[in-house]
Design a protein around this ligand. Structure first.
Ligand SMILES: [Zn+2]
Length: 319
């Protein structure tokens, strides 16, 4: 086991190291690239899980204080890579099928591993566990985690408790920074795609032909699928995918009227992706609605259990 949910203290550096260990352990099926740098000079890493020609993208850690999803996404990569390798070992071993057929549980498990194997030959799952490493570090360790003094002084003045911090190290909400129909400037000099983290994700969107994009946030155990800027046909497909994901996660579907708060501006990751590529883009909210920040580390195992079948389920949808 590489990703250890019991390690309470889990910094950005731990995450990057674990991403490297995963890549070295599962070289056949995981590779790892840097897609950009945060404003406080941290690498933004992305894992590529699978060897398939089609791409699915998972993103986590857009908001600093949502500290559970980044490690859970790494665990998902480990889980699938591990089952994939097992499947290869089973193929290479001389085990007689009769032994397996007598044991129903073992038979089921082998079937599952075969499904994982097939999934990772059809798809490459791009996983950005932590798009906003600076925000993550601020929310866990306070403003002293910001290395650049000018940035640190500027954001300290915003008067927000560090464990409630959603923004990047320039005090910008990345999930309100994507060019889209609903995007509105939030003050003088505000412009869409101003942030490094936004640019990094946009570049990934354009570099790969992505069939489906899931952005993982917290809180609410729910799925946002409705896009007012998109066609009825587009929203029908979104609803279909959302229902399948709701079935495996046991999360609720969010009412289409809740797409955006009346006083809020748009510019979410999913707005940009859907409007630019006309492909499915859903927001998955993990963790109990009433969970307090900082989020308890107990949510890691619970969330992993809820999300672990999402890649397989998506693989079964005609994307
Ligand atoms: Zn969020």
């Amino acid at each position: 086991m590489i990703i250890d949910f019991n390690r309470k203290d889990y910094s950005y550096e731990d995450l990057v190291l674990d991403a490297d260990i995963l890549t070295n352990t599962y070289k056949n099926i995981i590779s790892n690239v840097t897609i950009g740098k945060s404003h406080d000079n941290r690498d933004i890493v992305m894992l590529r899980l699978g060897v398939g020609k089609k791409h699915i993208l998972f993103c986590g850690g857009v908001h600093g204080r949502e500290t559970v999803n980044p490690i859970v996404l790494l665990k998902i990569a480990e889980y699938y890579a591990c089952h994939y390798e097992d499947c290869i070992k089973i193929r290479e071993s001389r085990e007689t099928p009769d032994d397996v057929l007598c044991d129903e549980e073992l038979y089921e498990l082998i079937l599952f591993k075969k499904c994982v194997h097939e999934l990772l030959h059809t798809y490459t799952i791009l996983i950005i566990p932590l798009l906003n490493p600076d925000g993550y570090m601020i929310s866990l360790y306070g403003y002293e985690a910001v290395k650049n003094q000018a940035l640190r002084n500027r954001i300290k003045g915003m008067g927000i408790k560090h464990f409630e911090w959603k923004y990047n190290s320039r005090g910008v909400d990345i999930n309100r920074n994507f060019p889209s129909r609903l995007w509105k400037p939030k003050g003088k000099g505000d412009y869409a795609a101003s942030e490094n983290e936004t640019k990094a994700l946009i570049q990934v969107f354009h570099q790969y032909r992505i069939k489906c994009f899931l952005d993982f946030h917290s809180r609410g155990k729910s799925i946002y699928y409705y896009r007012s800027a998109m066609s009825g046909e587009y929203n029908d497909k979104q609803l279909h995918i959302a229902k399948r994901l709701a079935h495996v996660t046991k999360y609720e579907l969010n009412d289409s009227r809740n797409e955006i708060e009346p006083d809020d501006s748009g510019g979410n990751t999913v707005h940009y992706f859907s409007e630019r590529f006309n492909k499915p883009a859903l927001t998955i909210e993990t963790v109990d609605e009433n969970a307090a920040f900082p989020l308890d580390y107990k949510y890691r195992a619970i969330t992993f259990d809820e999300l672990k079948l999402v890649p397989l389920e998506l693989g079964g949808v005609q994307l």
